[in-house]
Design a protein around this ligand. Structure first.
Ligand code: SF4
Length: 330
């Protein structure tokens, strides 16, 4: 199978037409791991049409990491961001200062075959239909199929950061939260635990129609609660530390300045010395040596895991400082 057959190139051809109409001479390309061969293929096609390609080397996990500044540094007049839909910033920061073309990746796996074969395992009368962008082009046939089998289907709305109805991100299950009160469970089009676990926080079981595993499995409701409890425990462990760090990212969609301000205010209210850090990608070794043992994550909200040697917690976990103070004064 050639790269052209593996990827839905129709959307790329439309973008290419637009780039030619705009008479761009140099255009940057950016995408996630997994579709790097297609990026090279797109670069070849652009060159064939007289457009010089520049490729952003680092892979991207989402359109939160739009690389228009790097494209501009290289003299590109536009950027084609492959793999994700446009990312809306929850703090309403501007996400694309230059000409950015979003080219969502549609995964060519037999999701409908999995749904047809295993739908009887979905034990719910009314379901919310949601998924990741790679499969949202199959939301309509999935809805029709489920309705033909007697399920009532409530379509997801857009979330805080998303643009396709029913689409979720690792940091935004708004599409599920918006309809949670109307459904018994969710039917999720996609794979892996990262997105379904976020959806499960809407308080209902999530039936994952997984074209990789080729079956439907269940992510139980509120499956991230253990992670939150672990964060609370980290805050309690470090509550008497004087120096606290706050980390945000220079990636546009992971730069949460309002969250930084709120976390800083809260920590200062508790008498802490607060230091704000910024970096593109967040790696624990970069934060060693400052003499700080605990950092608050104001970058990608889903990357709040305990580091090897230091603690990393979400702004929400700082509630524990209030709680600890209340308890100590009782
Ligand atoms: S979960 Fe993180 S990497 Fe994914 S879109 Fe959200 S901010 Fe970006």
């Amino acid at each position: 199978m050639t790269e052209r057959e593996k990827f839905n190139y129709e959307e790329f051809d439309e973008v290419l037409e637009e780039l030619k109409q705009q008479e761009y001479e140099k255009v940057a390309l950016q995408g996630p791991d997994g579709i790097k061969p297609q990026i090279i293929d797109f670069a070849d096609e652009m060159r064939e049409h007289g457009i010089e390609p520049v490729i952003i080397g680092a892979s991207t996990f989402g359109a939160c990491g739009i690389a228009d500044d790097k494209a501009e540094t290289m003299g590109a007049e536009a950027l084609v961001h492959v793999g994700h839909t446009r990312f809306l910033h929850p703090e309403r920061a501007d996400m694309d200062d230059m000409n950015v073309y979003y080219l969502p990746y549609r995964e060519d796996r037999d999701l409908m075959g999995v749904l047809r074969e295993h739908y009887e395992e979905i034990e719910a009368d009314t379901v919310g239909l949601i998924g990741v962008t790679q499969y949202m082009d199959r939301a309509e046939p999935a809805r029709e199929f489920l309705e033909s089998k007697g399920y009532e289907v409530v379509e997801g709305k857009t979330g805080l950061r998303t643009t396709e109805p029913g689409q979720v991100l690792g940091c935004d299950a708004g599409a599920a939260h918006n309809i949670s009160h109307k459904v018994d469970a969710f039917v999720f089009l996609g794979s892996g635990h990262f997105h379904p676990s976020q959806v499960s926080e809407a308080g209902k079981d999530v039936y994952v129609v997984d074209p990789y595993e080729k079956h439907i499995w269940v992510e139980p409701a509120n499956s991230l609660d253990d992670e939150m409890r672990a964060e609370y425990a980290r805050v309690l462990k470090h509550k008497d530390k004087q120096k606290w760090g706050i980390v945000t990212s220079s990636k546009k969609g992971q730069n949460y300045m309002r969250a930084v301000e709120i976390a800083k205010e809260k920590l200062e209210k508790h008498g802490k010395d607060v230091y704000v850090f910024v970096e593109d990608r967040i790696f624990e070794p970069d934060y060693k040596g400052f003499g700080i043992d605990i950092f608050v994550n104001c970058a990608c909200p889903r990357m709040t895991k305990d580091w090897q040697d230091m603690a990393y917690v979400s702004p929400k976990a700082l509630e524990m400082l209030d709680k600890a103070e209340e308890e100590s004064t009782q």
